[in-house]
Design a protein around this ligand. Structure first.
Ligand code: NAD
Length: 474
């Protein structure tokens, strides 16, 4: 069994207490590694190291930081195979599905390497006679970056890129279930970055995450996780008015209008709804179909879903792997069992007997708009399909939700695509597509999906503070 250490001030170290946590492969429940269970002393040491590294790292030129990010991207790319194997094993993902996640992190780091050199402030000007004003964008300071288990490396990468590009230093805490790829990335970073610029500590959110996000030495907390976790961190951060970057839950609606290409929509849902076993904040999980197309679409979707290959994560042909944990499996079973009392299970709805935490891809037809299965994030391989009476009802149902991360519209009418895109309260609206991301474009939510953007130049703004400098010039 592999034994991992955490990274504090450039060194690989065990927890001061000697405590460890074991990490399992969710697809077999085999113990695969131990990682440190950080304690108060480790958290203090990591925050102090990041504080000590901040003055010199924030004084490097954008060109120097850009070069460091490019080196990190190259190092990750050169070890892609190792990362794919580790991430697949630690997160229960099919081996064939993880390569694109590693590629996305490499691309993201390269994007931020370029973006670091292109950040602009407002032009210098005299807004008052005899006074010259300019805007600087300064780094925030020490960032606590707290990542979830569903895309452990990808989410760590999304946090590291913009924070380092803008001159911040970091204490990264991955999920206790999936710490391995963040520790491996931490190891690569120690070869490239000065000590203390990127520290990685490990442990559960309830103690290590909570203590880190409350720590007086932390200037900003960037968390990707459940909406309830975001609320707890926001409440704890209020004590010292910490800056927050919250990427929280989603419940993405898919609006399929009667003029849409139904085959294309059904084929796209095969991946958009079931990729990563539906454990995705943008998963296409609540489908609303126009009155004339409903039956046909449900049949087309069933045809697609039937062909999803669920199996061992090490099998290259597998498309859907295990859920992350026994708790997550129980959660999905509970949602489907309650929903089945008032809606029809068209396909799936079963736990798959195995050593891991497998659940079948599932389609539920006809749930009420107010029902739990439509309103709450399941975070599993489960989609609902509802029949709407009109275009207006489709938009109304889409927006009738506490969260607002991503959505999609399916239509061949350009005017309708623009009108509905404007009306939807979601951070992303895809038209005739779902799921595709680009490093240049922002990712983040409306409503209880949180605030702040990952990716794009908007992330650089979030990891900096605008400073006005006014000089008496006459
Ligand atoms: P989670 O909220 O359980 O945990 C996220 C991280 O927060 C983990 O590192 C955890 O240890 C830590 N944490 C938990 N409680 C904490 C506390 N009180 N203080 C500080 N840290 C704490 O989320 P998860 O189950 O790992 O991930 C699934 C959730 O993440 C889903 O709700 C999903 O929608 C969301 N998510 C959102 C996005 C996005 O971009 N908006 C992306 C991926 C996942």
């Amino acid at each position: 069994m592999a034994v991992f250490k955490q990274y504090i001030n450039g060194k690989a170290v065990a927890a001061k207490s000697g405590k460890t946590l074991s990490v399992e492969d969710p697809s077999t429940r085999a113990k695969v590694a131990t990682v440190p269970h950080s304690g108060k002393e480790d958290i203090n040491a990591a925050v102090s190291a990041a504080r000590a590294a901040f003055p010199s790292w924030s004084s490097t030129t954008p060109g120097e930081r850009s070069l460091a990010l490019l080196k990190l991207a190259d190092a990750l790319e050169s070890q892609k195979r190792k990362f794919v194997t580790a991430e697949s094993q630690n997160a229960g993902k099919p081996i064939s599905a993880v390569g694109v996640e590693v590629d996305a992190v490499v691309d993201n780091l390269r994007y931020f390497a370029g973006a670091a050199r292109n950040m602009e402030g407002k032009a210098v000007a005299e807004y008052l006679p005899g006074r010259t004003s300019m805007i600087r964008r300064d780094p925030v300071g020490v960032i606590a970056s707290i990542a979830p288990w569903n895309y452990p490396l990808l989410m760590a990468g999304w946090k590291i890129g913009p924070a380092l590009a803008t001159g911040n230093t970091i204490v990264l805490k991955p999920s206790a279930r999936t710490p391995i790829s963040a520790l491996m990335l931490g190891a690569l970073a120690q070869e490239i970055l000065p000590p203390g610029v990127l520290n990685v500590i490990t442990g559960p959110g309830s103690d290590v995450g909570a203590a880190l996000s409350r720590h007086p030495g932390i200037d900003m907390v960037s968390v990707t996780g459940d909406t309830a976790t975001g609320k707890r961190i926001a409440a704890a951060g209020a004590e010292s008015v910490k800056r927050l970057h919250l990427e929280l839950g989603g419940k993405a609606p898919v609006l399929i209008f009667d003029d849409a290409d139904l085959e294309l929509a059904a084929e796209t849902m095969r991946a958009a709804s079931f990729w990563n076993a539906g454990q995705d904040c943008t998963a296409a999980c609540r489908i609303v179909v126009g009155p004339k197309s409903y039956e046909k679409f449900v049949a087309l979707l069933e045809q697609q879903v039937k062909t999803i290959k669920v199996g061992a994560t090490t099998d290259k042909a597998t498309e859907m792997g295990s859920l992350i944990s026994a708790e997550q499996l129980k959660r999905v079973e509970g949602f489907v069992s309650r929903a089945s009392k008032k809606a029809e299970i068209v396909y799936g709805g079963k736990t798959i007997r195995s050593k891991g935490h497998y659940y079948s891809p599932t389609i539920i037809a006809g749930p009420a708009q107010s029902s739990e299965i439509v309103q709450d994030e399941v975070f599993g391989p489960v989609v609902t399909v509802q029949r709407a009476k009109s275009d207006e009802q489709m938009v109304e149902w889409a927006n009738d939700c506490r969260v607002g991360l991503a959505s999609s519209i399916w239509t061949n009418d350009v005017a309708r695509a623009f009108k509905v895109s404007k009306a939807l309260q979601f951070g992303t609206v895809w038209v005739n597509d779902h799921f595709t991301l680009a490093s240049e474009m922002p990712h983040g939510g409306f409503k209880q999906s949180g605030y702040g953007k990952d990716q794009s130049m908007y992330a650089l703004e979030d990891y900096t503070v605008a400073k006005h400098i006014m000089v008496r010039s006459e």
